[in-house]
Design a protein around this ligand. Structure first.
Ligand code: HMG
Length: 418
């Protein structure tokens, strides 16, 4: 019998401050409706140099271990998916191993491919366990990033930061993955990138949306072909995509999930042999179905709308938001997930929500994690954005959280809040 493998539990870490997106719109002389209904944002996480990628990743991983009672001696692999690491050579994962005093026998490394890096780590961990190579050990995959476009840029309202730590094991209480059914699509494009030495991303915003949609189409069709062959979805009755209870998308900004869902439906409508929608216009209209979006997508976006883009973690924030709200309702149902990373790479995969999902999510205590944040005015956000990345302010980390305190002889030093 094939092993069941997937996500057993998760934990979320967010920066301690945020701005209200309407405050940002007013400060930029933009109609707030552009950011709220045009992009789907409510709030945006704001980091200071002390809350770097290591601090966020270590906080999320420590929280996962504490909240879910993970025995550190069982952890055989620690992967950090990130595109905002802190060194060209030393991985974030090695810092996390040291700060959390995790076993020296572990395999540790970072994975990078823009926002897809976390999924690359999740798949490596899943296949490591599914192959039997893990020999009963579990893996921790942390997706951690700080999204930065800069002040007064088109990307500014889509910034954010945070981390999601995933426990991957043979006890997938949150999500048992359909191992091997993944569909992938990769294309060599310059849609979003960050040349070495730059803190802010360079982006061709509207082109990046088109790249996302094209890569989604390839990845989804790849998954669908395998899922139909395996009998998980059918070309009869409803469309194959409609047979998934929910679909969580990579969410650079919430409106993108709506565009992604329309594109996925378009793939089904174009490929259906007996499509009732005969003309391209009719297909476009059906693809945009608000009812389908409301039923399959909307409930996953609560956290993303309050945190912003977290690059590698954005898809897993959507998963967390979905299971936080609907874990009990979705037990034993299959959901789809779409990961996208600029550059670019998309992967569509699926899994079945576990019966203990609601119980596991209750332990993640997401309401408290968000409620502890402080709302800051735009002047304070702008001050924080202008601070040098190597100059953390002196500030005690909250209990259980990590913070960069100093860089001495090019070495980064961290403190844990007691
Ligand atoms: P923009 O050009 O300033 O905005 O930047 P716009 O003019 O396209 O308007 C945005 C939406 O607001 C539009 O809706 C407008 O109609 C609407 P849409 O037509 O798209 O449905 N709008 C209004 N709505 C209500 N009231 C109003 C109003 N005015 C306008 N008054 C853009 C938008 C997303 C391009 C920009 O924020 C950006 O460049 N963001 C960063 C890039 C990005 O997020 N790309 C997404 C795909 S790539 C990806 O996901 C990978 C990524 O996560 C990185 C990685 O992989 O590492 C980014």
């Amino acid at each position: 019998m094939q092993r069941k493998v997937g996500i057993e539990a998760l934990a979320v870490a967010v920066p301690s401050r945020y701005v209200d997106i309407e405050d940002l719109a007013r400060a930029r002389n933009v109609d707030p409706a552009k950011f709220t209904s045009g992009l789907g944002a409510r709030e945006m996480a704001v980091t200071d140099p002390g809350e770097d990628t290591v601090a966020l990743a270590a906080t999320a991983a420590a929280r996962l271990i504490r909240q879910q009672g993970v025995d550190p001696s069982r952890v055989g692999m620690l992967v950090v998916g990130t595109e905002t690491g802190i060194d060209h050579s030393k991985p974030v994962a090695s810092h996390v191993q040291g700060l959390l005093k995790l076993p020296r026998t572990m395999r540790t490394y970072d994975t990078q491919h823009a926002c897809y890096g976390g999924t690359a780590g999740l798949m490596a961990a899943t296949e490591w366990i599914a192959s039997g190579a893990g020999a009963g050990k579990v893996a921790i995959v942390v997706c951690a990033d700080i999204a930065r476009y800069g002040l007064n840029t088109a990307g500014e309202p889509t910034q954010g930061g945070g981390a999601v730590a995933l426990l991957v094991s043979e006890q997938p209480d949150l999500l048992a993955l359909d191992v091997g059914l993944n569909g992938t699509c990769t294309m060599d494009v310059y849609d979003f990138w960050r040349p070495l030495g730059r803190r802010e991303a360079v982006v061709d915003g509207h082109y990046s949306i088109n790249c996302y949609l094209e890569a989604l189409s390839g990845a989804y069709r790849g998954w669908r072909e395998k899922a139909v062959a395996a009998g998980l979805v059918r070309w009869s009755g409803s469309l194959p995509g409609e047979q998934l209870a929910r679909i969580a998308y990579h969410v650079p900004f919430c409106k993108m999930a709506r565009k992604a869902h329309t594109q996925l439906r378009l793939c089904d409508l174009e490929d259906a042999k007996d499509s009732k929608a005969g003309t391209p216009e009719a297909r476009e209209e059906l693809a945009k179905s608000a009812a389908s979006y409301d039923a399959q997508v909307a409930s996953s976006l609560g956290l993303n709308s309050r945190i912003g883009n977290v690059y590698t973690a954005s898809l897993y924030l959507a998963l967390a938001g979905l299971l936080h709200g609907e874990g009990a309702k979705l037990a034993n149902q299959r959901i789809g997930l779409l990961s996208y990373g600029s550059g670019c790479m998309a992967e569509f995969f699926s899994g079945v929500v576990g019966e203990k999902a609601a119980e596991r999510m209750a332990r993640a205590d997401l309401d408290t994690v968000l409620a502890r944040r402080e709302r800051v005015p735009i002047e304070e956000y702008e001050r924080l954005m202008k601070l040098g990345s190597d100059a953390p302010e002196t500030k005690a980390p909250p209990p259980g959280a990590f913070r960069l305190t100093e860089i001495r002889d090019h070495k980064r030093l961290y403190a844990e809040g007691g």
